[in-house]
Design a protein around this ligand. Structure first.
Ligand code: ZN
Length: 250
């Protein structure tokens, strides 16, 4: 692995515009389990209740959705960024970070100190809640406090009584077009793309590093499992992202 770390350091020092693509493997090392794994939080529930159409049309699904969502929030709210998050922050400190495109919804890049404008959360965030009718935005903890203090199972908008929903992308909900466009633009502009903790199987998110690779950006892949882009990467390390990034960025 020593040679690969050295090669990775060299690629980072030679690069001017770095795009980081982050996946669930980054969050698991902050103690956030992969909810989709067997035995994970989501396996307790019927996923059909979490489809966007059901959430907006069916009060019972909405109730189950909020129960699951509150459990998710309780796990994520106190999680702390790890050494790989800090390494990404250091890339920004060096002036080379174009953006970090993340599949994670836990807000840990914000907690690590990356600038909000550098963070593209393509699957949304648990940190805020929005009204689907009037667009009013709420801090997540404020809504969770309302649920607990008022003893309600489904919260509604204070201004218009509309349906409110955490700002995460649900099954069957369209990806945020502006964020995807910006991520693809940066994938075309970067000269180095670093994939961290993603097996690159969830689309369209996984198309972002593909765009970078096809546009001749160099590629570093750090992930426990193999990915279909390994063959195109200059550096591939199948290891823990914190172990590798601490040594590569230092
Ligand atoms: Zn409203």
């Amino acid at each position: 692995m020593e040679d690969l770390i050295t090669k990775g350091k060299q690629l980072i020092s030679e690069a001017d515009k770095i795009l980081v693509f982050a996946g669930a493997g980054l969050s698991t090392e902050s103690g956030i389990p992969d909810f989709r794994s067997p035995g994970g939080l989501w396996s307790k529930y019927d996923p059909s209740d979490f489809y966007y159409d059901r959430i907006i049309s069916d009060e019972r699904s909405r109730e189950i959705y909020w129960k699951m969502s509150t459990e998710t929030w309780d796990i994520m709210k106190d999680a702390a960024p790890n050494k790989a998050h800090i390494a990404i922050r250091k890339i920004e400190d060096s002036g080379k970070l174009l953006s970090v495109v993340t599949q994670n919804i836990d807000g840990l890049h914000h907690k690590a100190g990356n600038s909000p404008e550098k963070i593209i959360e393509i699957h949304g965030t648990v940190a805020t809640v929005s009204c689907l009718n009037c667009g009013k935005k709420y801090e997540r903890q404020y809504i969770e406090d309302r649920i607990k203090n008022e003893g309600i199972t489904v919260p509604y908008c204070e201004d218009c009584s509309g349906i409110i929903k955490p700002d995460t992308i649900s099954f069957g909900q369209a990806m945020p077009e502006d964020k995807m466009m910006l991520a693809i633009k940066h994938a075309h502009e970067c000269d180095l793309c670093i994939v961290l903790g993603s097996s690159l199987v969830v689309y369209p998110a996984a198309s972002i590093p593909e765009h970078a690779s096809k546009n001749n950006a160099k590629l570093i892949v750090v992930n426990r499992d193999v990915t279909h882009l390994d063959a195109y990467a200059e550096v591939v390390i199948h290891e823990s992202v914190t172990t590798v990034m601490e040594r590569m960025i230092g």
